[in-house]
Design a protein around this ligand. Structure first.
Ligand SMILES: NC(=O)c1ccc[n+]([C@@H]2O[C@H](COP(=O)([O-])OP(=O)(O)OC[C@H]3O[C@@H](n4cnc5c(N)ncnc54)[C@H](OP(=O)(O)O)[C@@H]3O)[C@@H](O)[C@H]2O)c1
Length: 329
């Protein structure tokens, strides 16, 4: 397995990680047995980078991941996140909190649910506009000093906020949505990460599944699937985006690979400082996605794909209107 080093403090991870969110939440029914088997299979295939968050479930995803990885704890990097507040009794309602006391209590909760002594990579999930980033990152730095966290990260942060954060403590990784149909980080964030020596972790690199070509009808999403609420999957946007995916399918067929592999190969091709975390709860798809590491794209092919999906080409915003204000802050 190829590896990537995120940030200047030496956090080493497999070039492709595994996003675990969909195993417990957001994308249809749970199958804990297959999810656990997928986590074990990922380790066997050389994946060392696992992504969860306290709000996935909420809470249940950390428990699932911690349990499945317990026997290989010292061989893997477990990343989790705090800051999006969900009440398990009423999970539809979301808040954001970056207060220092909250940072400390959230960390204790995650350590307990994951069953580990220290979190390898701890991200603030969303920046809290009511709390200066210096205070939040200061509290995160205290967790490093206390040995409860090894490396720090920020998710969906703006370039300006990232700069302020780095002045308080080294940030090893920024995690933001990045894929063929979400090119937002190219608007300064990726460049700032490189300037500051911060690694980049693209999430939803398969466009929440859409770029695989396997999603054909809105009606196929289970009731309660998050994508039913996502503008890119709704109304006429769905068909327009499906037409875009057809371009990827044609190019994949010409290369004898799958659209998922091509979409991931494009993200991997954006630089050696990126470690994408595609999500799946199925072993078979994990194997397919790992095949992307063998699809080395030359500069001309990367450019061709970038040209097929220019920034802004996707129809619909990547989050519902009410959630767009929480990103790039
Ligand atoms: N920081 C943040 O705010 C944030 C937000 C979203 C996600 N994340 C993290 O990023 C990870 C990845 O993002 P994501 O899960 O949203 O999106 P993704 O990786 O773009 O896509 C995941 C979806 O694609 C399906 N899929 C995966 N491989 C496939 C294949 N080869 N063929 C067909 N379908 C395939 C999965 O279904 P199956 O599971 O059924 O295979 C799942 O529905 C998450 O797990 C989470 O850890 C972070």
């Amino acid at each position: 397995m190829q590896t990537r080093t995120l940030g200047t403090q030496g956090l080493q991870v497999s070039a492709l990680g595994l996003g675990c969110m969909g195993m417990s939440d957001f994308y249809g029914h749970r199958d804990d047995a297959e999810s656990t088997a997928t986590l074990h299979h990922a380790v066997a295939r050389g994946i060392t980078f696992f992504d969860t968050a306290d709000m996935y479930g909420p809470h249940t995803n950390e428990i699932l991941v911690g349990k499945a990885l317990a026997s290989v704890r010292n061989k893997v990097v477990i990343a989790t996140k705090f800051g999006i507040v969900r009440d398990p009794g009423n999970p539809g309602v979301r808040g954001v909190c970056g207060r220092p006391d909250y940072v400390h209590s959230a960390c204790e909760g995650s350590l307990q649910r994951l069953g580990i002594e220290a979190i390898d990579l701890y991200y603030q999930h969303r920046v809290d506009p009511a709390v200066p980033i210096e205070e939040t990152v200061g509290a995160m730095a205290d967790l490093v000093k206390a040995g409860k966290v090894r490396f720090l990260g920020l998710s969906e942060v703006s370039a300006a906020t990232l700069r302020r954060a780095c002045a308080i403590h080294p940030i090893s990784a920024v995690q933001s949505e990045y894929s063929l149909w979400t090119r937002d980080p190219e608007d300064g964030l990726l460049q700032t990460c490189r300037e500051l020596g911060v690694g980049f972790v693209p999430y939803s690199p398969l466009g929440r599944g859409f770029l695989t070509g396997q999603i054909k009808r809105f009606e196929d999403f289970e009731l309660g699937d998050y994508r039913r609420n996502s503008p890119r999957f709704q109304g006429e946007n769905f068909q327009k985006n499906l037409d875009l995916v057809a371009r990827l399918q044609d190019m994949a067929a010409a290369r004898s690979c799958t659209p998922a592999q091509l979409a991931l190969a494009w993200v991997l091709g954006q630089g050696g400082d990126l470690a994408p975390i595609p999500g799946t709860k199925r072993r078979e798809r994990l194997d397919e996605n790992l095949g992307a590491l063998e699809q080395l794209l030359c500069p001309g092919e990367l450019q061709e794909l970038s040209g097929l999906f220019p920034p802004g080409i996707a129809s619909g915003t990547r989050y519902p209107e009410a959630m767009m204000h929480m990103v790039n802050r």
